[in-house]
Structures are given as C-alpha cells and as structure tokens.
Ligand binder design. Structure first.
Ligand SMILES: [Zn+2]
Ligand SMILES: [Zn+2]
Length: 324
C-alpha cells in the first residue's frame, strides 16, 4: 500500500537555483523568524494563539481555498464568500483564485508530467514547496477560475493577497506583543504551511488506496487529523464533487463537521455528499469522472452572477432582522 521511493522519478524540475530561491525567500525568512521565540519570554497566551490560529486558518484553507473555491462543493452568499477568501488568505498561501486555479490543474493532470506538484514526477521537495518558486506558477491562471474571477472583490483580494496576513499579524502583535507575533503568528503560519503542503507531497506517497482514482493519491489518517479532513485524499481524488471527504463515519473530517454546523445557521448550503455507489467503489473511475465533469460543465454554463445563489430563507430572515 505504500509507494516505494524507488518508483519516484528523477526530480528534474528541482534545480539548485530553485532550491536557493526557495530558501532565500520571504517564505524561508519567516521560518528563521520563528527562532526569535528563543530569545523572549513566551506566555501561555502566545501558545494558545498559536494553536487557535493553526486550527481556524486550517479551516480557511480546507473549507475555503479547497472545498469552496477550487471545487465548489457547496454554496454560500457573496459576503461570506469574501470572508472565506480573506480567512484562507491569512494563511499566506497567496490569493484564493491563484490557489484554486493551480489546484484545479493538479486534479486535471494528477501525477502526470503536466501536474503542478506531483511527488511521483518531481520528488518531495518540488511537490512540497519548490513548485511555488518555479517559473510559470507565479501568475494566477484566470482561464481556470473564470467562475470566481467575475467578482471584482475577489480579484482585488487575489491581487493584494498579502493584505489579510498583514492585518492578522498586526492584530496579534497589538494583542500579545512580540512573543505573540513570533509564536502565535509566525510559528503557527509555518506549521500551517507544512501541514497543508504535506497533502500535495506525502498524501500522494504515504497511505492506502481504497479507490482506483487513476493517480497515486492516498488516504492517511494522521494527515487527516492534522489537516481537518484533507488526509482522505484518495477519496477526494476519486470523487471531487463531495463536500465530505471522510466517506465513512470513522474517517474524521472536521472541516465537513464545521461546514455542516455553518449550514444549520444558514451561512452555507447545498453541501454535497458522496453517492452510495461512489462510497462502495462500485462505480468505475470513468463514470465518477463523468459525474464530476457533468457538474463542472453545468456550472460553467451558468449565466454570470448565478454561481453564488441567493441566501437561504433562514439567513435572509437573519439579515433582514439585523437591518431592522
Ligand atoms: Zn482537490
Ligand atoms: Zn492530490
């Protein structure tokens, strides 16, 4: 069930120049900044901030960048959509449109030579972090994210993607001072980065493959706990249209539970479950891919402005009550 590293290709895209560019970047410098915590008194509040910001921002990455912007597995209103993008971007993983467009490319070419970040094709370093410093990945592929690129507020936020992390970092500094900034913000950001990136690297190498997804994606319980449910990556590659990635009750998926709770208060709706034939693995890969493709074609054909549906009756009632 575990891929042998000998099966991995020579990482041709990992050049010495790319490694140096990655290390001597703002990304590398923020790793170094975490060491600042060794030279100051760190309080319990700083560690609490570190843990809370890790969990809340991980939800932004998984429930926002991934399950909403990249895959549109559920619906929400335009204001909450913006807030989701803002929260996701506090993780400093660039703009929501940039993230989602590259991720759509990953699914389209998963573990082939065209994949943006495949450990099978290009090794651990490249699939984990190197791809972000490779020529050709810096720009947002707007042709892959037209459905969200029609919202000017999202395009603005995508362009000025550093605004959310700067706002959050400033707030943490004002609340807790330097130790809060170094531990609560920088350290949690670094841990959050590597936990997220492990899905691109390790979740295509380590774990089980219950479904024939046509690539090397894996299910990994440890990664699922660490990333609030993203570790059920083989399930997800097999059937991308589902909001729920833990197909069985024992496959812990905290992002899904959180979205379910948000649906009860009307902030999100139309969460998608995997059909029974998908969970049982009875459907062939081509059939499942056809289902995904049909959904994407249907939504791509929607007129402008219709991908964000009207608020649910419950939310509409809450909004009108607040206005009154
Ligand atoms: Zn995905
Ligand atoms: Zn993947």
């Amino acid at each position: 069930m575990f891929a042998s590293t000998s099966a991995l290709r020579q990482p041709a895209r990992t050049t010495p120049n790319l490694v140096l560019r990655t290390i001597f970047s703002v990304f590398g410098f923020i790793h170094f900044l975490c060491l600042g915590a060794l030279f100051m008194e760190v309080t319990a509040a700083d560690w609490w901030m570190c843990g809370i910001l890790f969990v809340v921002r991980m939800f932004g990455v998984t429930g926002g960048y991934h399950r909403y912007f990249a895959h549109r597995t559920y619906k929400t209103g335009r204001v909450f959509q913006f807030l989701l993008a803002f929260l996701a971007q506090t993780s400093s993983q660039k703009g929501a449109l940039w993230w989602a467009a590259h991720h759509r490319g990953h699914h389209k070419h998963s573990d082939t030579e065209q994949d943006t970040h495949s450990p099978i094709q290009d090794g651990f370093f490249y699939s984990h972090v190197g791809w972000m410093w490779h020529e050709g990945t810096s720009e947002t592929q707007y042709d892959r994210i037209r459905d969200f690129a029609k919202y000017p507020e999202l395009v603005w936020l995508n362009r000025f993607w550093v605004v959310p992390p700067i706002v959050l970092g400033t707030c943490v500094y004002l609340a807790l001072g330097w130790s809060g900034l170094f531990v609560g913000f920088f350290l949690s950001t670094v841990v959050l980065w590597h936990a997220t990136f492990a899905i691109n690297s390790l979740a295509h190498v380590l774990g089980t493959r219950p479904y024939q997804s046509g690539d090397d994606s894996r299910n990994n319980f440890v990664l699922a706990l660490l990333t609030l449910g993203e570790g059920w990556h083989n399930n997800h590659h097999y059937y991308q249209a589902s909001t729920r990635q833990g197909f069985h009750w024992w496959q812990v998926d905290i992002t899904y539970y959180t979205l379910k709770a948000l649906s009860w208060i009307g902030l999100v709706w139309d969460l998608r479950e995997p059909p029974a034939e998908v969970v049982s693995g009875a459907r062939t890969l081509s059939h499942v891919k056809r289902l995904d493709g049909m959904k994407q074609e249907r939504e791509a054909a929607l007129p402008i402005g219709s991908s964000v549906s009207a608020p649910s009756p419950l939310l509409a009632a809450r909004i009108s009550k607040n206005v009154a």
